[in-house]
Design a protein around this ligand. Structure first.
Ligand code: 2BA
Length: 110
């Protein structure tokens, strides 16, 4: 058995949960925050049999799309340490999914 940890954009989360559930997968949805953008994202936990792993990954790939987003980069001004910052917009690629696949030692419902 495998545990899929998928970090996805909030915009994709509900549709991904629905599509995974409709395909027979169990899902746990967590509200999370990305360390770089400091913006909300969603982490889904899905336990799957080894045989169903590829199918679940295909669902995630189909639902989550990659896209561009502008964000502010905060840079300290030289001279006065820690007191003044400037910010300028930068474009980052967001969306898609960051996926970890872990081998599960035991799966229990007690
Ligand atoms: P964030 O950390 O908020 O990152 C959002 C997006 O910003 C990233 O998308 C990436 O395109 C960009 N980014 C991140 N760090 C950057 C940097 N130092 N310089 C320039 N651009 C940077 P993704 O790579 O698709 O990641 C989406 C979210 O997945 C991340 O949100 C984070 O919550 C999670 N994530 C990504 N890699 C991870 C890892 N190795 N371990 C744990 N969580 C991870």
């Amino acid at each position: 058995m495998k545990l899929i940890i998928a970090i996805v954009q909030d915009e994709d989360a509900n549709r991904l949960v629905s599509t995974l559930m409709d395909s027979g997968f169990g899902v746990t949805k967590l509200a999370t925050t990305g360390g770089f953008l400091r913006a909300g994202n969603t982490t889904l936990l899905t336990g799957v049999t080894d045989e169903k792993l590829d199918e679940a990954l295909q669902v995630i790939e189909k639902v989550c799309r990659s896209r561009k987003q502008m964000t502010a980069s905060h840079t300290p001004l030289g001279g006065v340490s820690g007191s003044a910052y400037t910010s300028f917009p930068i474009e980052v690629t967001v969306g898609g999914a960051t996926v970890f696949v872990l081998t599960v030692d035991q799966f229990l419902k007690i």
